[in-house]
Design a protein around this ligand. Structure first.
Ligand SMILES: [Zn+2]
Length: 110
C-alpha cells in the first residue's frame, strides 16, 4: 500500500496469494495507492518505483504493468474496477521503465 507521502506499507506478504484479480491472483502482485482519484507525486513515484522493483524481481517488463481496470480489458471483459483512476497508464509504465533503467545503472554491474 502507498500512503500520500510515498511511504510503502506491505499488505499481504508476497509469498501469499493476493485477492485482486479473481482467477489470476496466483500470477500477479497488486500495488495499491491510498486514495481514490487524487494522488500525490510522491505516491505515483513510489508506486512506479515499487512496480519497477517487482518487475526486476520477477523478470518482467514495464509493459507488463497493468492498471487494475486494464486487467479485465486485456481479457476482453467489462472491468470490475475503475482504478487506478488516472487516465494515462502508458505514462505510468514509462515512469516504471525509467526506474528500471535507473536501478540497472546503480546495480554496479561494471
Ligand atoms: Zn484496484
Amino acid at each position: 500500500m502507498k500512503e500520500f507521502d510515498g511511504a510503502v506499507w506491505e499488505g499481504r506478504p508476497l509469498k501469499r496469494v493476493g485477492a485482486h484479480v479473481q482467477g489470476d491472483n496466483k500470477d500477479t502482485v497488486g500495488v495499491c495507492l491510498v486514495g481514490n482519484e487524487h494522488f500525490s507525486c510522491n505516491q505515483i513515484d513510489a508506486g512506479a518505483e515499487l512496480a519497477a522493483q517487482l518487475c526486476r524481481r520477477f523478470g518482467l517488463k514495464s509493459d507488463d504493468v497493468v492498471g487494475h481496470r486494464e486487467y479485465w480489458l486485456k481479457r476482453g471483459e467489462t472491468p470490475l474496477k475503475t482504478c487506478p483512476n488516472f487516465n494515462d497508464m502508458d505514462l505510468f509504465r514509462k515512469v516504471v521503465a525509467g526506474f528500471m533503467v535507473n536501478s540497472e545503472a546503480t546495480d554496479g554491474n561494471n
